[in-house]
Design a protein around this ligand. Sequence first.
Ligand SMILES: Cc1cc2nc3c(=O)[nH]c(=O)nc-3n(C[C@H](O)[C@H](O)[C@H](O)COP(=O)(O)O)c2cc1C
Length: 370
Amino acid sequence: MRTPVMDMFGLDSPIFGFSHCRDVVAAISRCGGMGTLGTSHFTADQLERELSWIDTHSDGRPYGVDVLFPYGSPKEYENLTPASLEKLLPQEHRDFVKNFLDKYKVPQFPEEQRQQILNEYMSDLTRTHREAERRLEVVYRHPQAKLIVSALGPPPRHVIDKSHELGRKVAGLVGHPKHAKRQVDLGIDVIVAQGWEAAGHTGEISTMVLVPQVVDIAGSVPVLAAGGIATGRQMAAGLALGAQGVWCGTIWLTTVESEVLPEIKKKLFEATSSDTLRSRYGTGKPARRISSPWVLAWEQPDAPKPLPMPLQSMLTNEPDERIKKFRVAELMTYAAGQCVGQLHEETTVKQVMQDLLTEFADARERLNQE
Ligand SMILES: Cc1cc2nc3c(=O)[nH]c(=O)nc-3n(C[C@H](O)[C@H](O)[C@H](O)COP(=O)(O)O)c2cc1C
């Protein structure tokens, strides 16, 4: 089966995959899908290195990059220094974090290292449009990066125009039909309709309900179904809803190529579909992740209200680094969607793609016979 979005990029399969890990991205593209790298963890210099690596490991196939353009991101944060931004964090929130980490005896970083992490994090602060555009300057130097995906809001029109001039297509993630309308009006090339069961930042509408509504609004703009797709049957459902392809994130986390720590992988294998929750703890916006006492602490009645983006992640980034560095497995968490309950063993990206396509073909055949 071929869909127009496959022809748009010369793909062999309608599988688009999001990952923060370059090995996963390159493997998806090598297997004929469209690997897409999340850029939010990288400074501009790191991103340059990651994209150069993907260039040489994806057999000349196209790949994508995902950049955050938070809707309504206040400009006032763009010119702050790390020290001045840190001062905006309320004492109540700092005390809450400190008390929690003390309770779990999470070791501290020496002050110098703490400052270094803060500075690195700030130079990597992707939660403003200015930073997103800095990353795109890097992306534009890599001709194989054919797809630019905007998350958390539509990119400004000049970004779409420039990307088009440079031969790139632009996609936008949406979680609500009204967001789809906004993206179509801006001239976006592909829409990713992401339901609430997905990993990461999500809205409140399930994939089953969202995708057909977005397809109807999108008209001739191709739509990819995202959220809860881990098998070929779910892929067939996405295409039956009118999507031209699928966009998956959680399914790659348990591959051999994936970046996740062994402790997290273990949690992912043990998790059922009810072991994720949408929480504002990480960035201030609701994002689905694997539950842990650290995430649940923010849901308790005595917890302070999470701060708006980008302040909340300033507060939680250093604790997250400590939890990771000192391998406090109990507190570890990671973005993961409800389909985590369908992942039971480590496999390769290639195998994941083959399984998706085989089961997809079986599902189509079965429907045609019935
Ligand atoms: C670990 C992880 C991190 C994610 N971070 C981002 C992100 O930075 N930007 C983004 O657009 N989507 C992000 N997502 C969401 C994916 O793009 C995708 O929409 C989602 O994973 C699809 O649903 P699924 O998880 O059920 O497959 C992330 C997903 C995962 C698994």
